[in-house]
Design a protein around this ligand. Structure first.
Ligand code: GDP
Ligand code: MG
Length: 166
C-alpha cells in the first residue's frame, strides 16, 4: 500500500514536530525553506506494509496577495488528489478563524479528512471530549485522533489508521 498524505493546520499546531517524529531529522531543514507554489515531498515513511508520502501544501490560509491567491488554488487542487488530509489542531486552543478558513476550504472536497488533535500532553484528559465535540459539529471527519507529537502518545495508532486509507 502506498499513498499521499497532506498535513494542514494553523501555524504552530505541531505539523513539523509530527513529521520530525515519524520521518526523522531531515524534515526540519526542508520545512524552513521559504514557501513555494510547488507541492513538495516532505518525507516518505516506509513501514512493513505501507509507504506514506507526506507532501507540503503551502498557502492554506487567507491569501493577502495575488501569489497567495494562486498558491491557495494550487493547494486546493492538490488536496483533492491526495489519499488523506490530516487537519491538525492544537488541543490548547479554541477553534479559531484560521481553522474556520481551512474547514470552509475543505467543504466539498471528497478526500477523507482526519482531525488530528495534537498536544494532548498539555491538557487535562477531561477537556478532550469538549474539544472533539466543538470540531465535530463543523465537519464530517473520517477519523478523529488525539496525539502528542512531542511525546509520541498515540502516534503509532495514527499511522496504523492512516495506512487503512491508502
Ligand atoms: P508547525 O508550525 O505546525 O510546524 O508547528 P511546530 O511543529 O513547529 O511546533 C510548534 C511548537 O509546538 C513547538 O514549540 C513544538 O515544540 C510545540 N509542540 C509540537 N507538538 C507538541 C505536543 O504534542 N505537545 C506540546 N506540549 N507541544 C508541542
Ligand atoms: Mg512547521
Amino acid at each position: 500500500k502506498s499513498g499521499f498524505i497532506s498535513i494542514i493546520g494553523r501555524p504552530n499546531v505541531g505539523k513539523s514536530t509530527f513529521l520530525n517524529r515519524v520521518i526523522g531529522q531531515k524534515i526540519a531543514i526542508m520545512s524552513d525553506k521559504p514557501q513555494t507554489t510547488r507541492n513538495k515531498v516532505q518525507g516518505v515513511l516506509t513501514t512493513n506494509d505501507s509507504q506514506m508520502i507526506f507532501i507540503d501544501t503551502p498557502g492554506i490560509h487567507k491569501p493577502k496577495h495575488k501569489l497567495g491567491d494562486f498558491m491557495l488554488k494550487v493547494s486546493k487542487n492538490t488536496l483533492r488528489e491526495v489519499d488523506v488530509i490530516m487537519f491538525m489542531v492544537n488541543a490548547e486552543q479554541k477553534l479559531g478563524k484560521g481553522d474556520e478558513f481551512i474547514l470552509e476550504m475543505l467543504a466539498g472536497n471528497p478526500t477523507p479528512v482526519f482531525l488530528v488533535i495534537n498536544k494532548i500532553d498539555a491538557i487535562h484528559p477531561d477537556e478532550l471530549i469538549g474539544i472533539i465535540d466543538s470540531y465535530k459539529e463543523r465537519y464530517n471527519f473520517a477519523e478523529i485522533v488525539p496525539i502528542s507529537a512531542l511525546q509520541g502518545n498515540n502516534v503509532e495508532n495514527l499511522l496504523a489508521t492512516l495506512s487503512k486509507y491508502l
